[in-house]
Design a protein around this ligand. Structure first.
Ligand code: AVI
Length: 313
């Protein structure tokens, strides 16, 4: 993998202020994931209503020999947004001769405890964590041992949290990082019945609501803001025209909020758009990646809820 040129990027403060100044207020969904947010997300993945995680894991279990064959030997496995690395353990338990594992995760506290656990479980595996926002160019650690190729593992349909335009940019970046022979094993959530989709983002326990509001708590702490979490309600609906779940935080009342000294006015029922989760038809996704990757293999479940795909650079 080639190293990338460093660029200048807006800070959290700039991104948050910029989003809140828009007519439709917005916040970047990556700011859900402080330590608490990462834990809440892990809990969401175990909910009955949230089908993506268990469906993806079932797809992996059922097709493991073929997936392993497709990935090949002597790989450097790079996992983007590695979280608890549960799905990676499944791969690591089956893959022969993994040269190195590079988990990339924004939440340092969360990743360091996961890495500690992985080092105990796989004492012979070289694990080189990178603590960074992988949506920005980052430097991959040098790999000393000989390897055959890189495979980027990007499970969970996190690609769905990008606007398709950003998804294309992201795929272009990954493609230039990969040397010839490299590939990407990616989870992609599929279009399906609206009810199934909306249930997944409106769980009865209210965990998704807490996860959504956690972005405000994170901003309060990091940016000297005074969002009152009780004055917002969670809202998640499927926008069929755009093919995406939209999450919003809706102001329950007229209110003023201060972020780093700047005041923002909310009228009752005005929302902050916090996340998109795009769902794709298989053909749409193939079209999305086609400038950089060929879809070598697609594995799905019996309901066609979710897909795991191997993209060849
Ligand atoms: C991380 N990402 C794929 C999740 C999703 O389904 O879009 C984030 C999430 N938002 C609400 N629930 C889960």
């Amino acid at each position: 993998m080639e190293n990338q040129v460093k660029e200048c990027h807006p800070t959290m403060l700039e991104e948050v202020l910029d989003g809140l100044r828009k007519p439709q207020k917005k916040l970047p969904s990556k700011y859900f994931y402080d330590e608490r947010g990462s834990q809440l997300f892990e809990q969401i993945t175990r909910l009955d209503e949230y089908y993506p995680t268990r469906t993806e894991v079932a797809i992996m279990r059922e097709n493991m020999p073929e997936i392993i064959r497709q990935i090949g030997r002597d790989v450097v496995l790079v996992e983007l947004g590695s979280g608890s690395s549960e799905k990676t353990k499944l791969l690591l338990d089956h893959l022969p001769h993994v040269t190195a594992y590079i988990p990339v995760e924004i939440s340092e506290k969360f990743l360091s405890s996961v890495v500690e656990h992985l080092r105990k479980k796989y004492p012979d595996l070289s694990i080189n964590p990178v603590y960074t926002d992988y949506t920005r160019p980052f430097q991959v650690p040098d790999i000393e041992q000989p390897y055959d190729h890189f495979v980027v593992f990007y499970p969970g349909s996190t690609i769905g949290n990008f606007h398709p335009r950003q998804a294309r940019q992201f795929l272009a970046t990954i493609s230039t990082m990969l040397e010839p022979g490299g590939g990407m094993l990616i989870g992609v959530d599929l279009k399906k019945d609206n009810e199934v989709l909306e249930r997944a983002y409106n769980d009865k326990q209210g965990l998704t609501a807490r996860f959504n509001k956690n972005i405000l708590r994170h901003i309060n702490r990091e940016l000297d803001a005074d969002f009152s979490l009780d004055k917002f309600r969670h809202c998640a609906t499927y926008n069929e025209g755009k093919g995406r779940i939209e999450m919003h935080l809706v102001s329950k009342t007229d209110q003023e909020v201060t972020v780093a000294g700047e005041q923002f006015h909310f009228i009752r029922d005005e929302s902050i758009h916090t996340e998109n989760s795009y769902k794709y038809a298989l053909k749409e996704f193939e079209e999305l990646v086609s400038d950089w990757f060929t879809v070598e293999n697609v594995w799905t479940d019996q309901h066609n809820y979710f897909s795991l795909q191997y993209l060849q650079n």
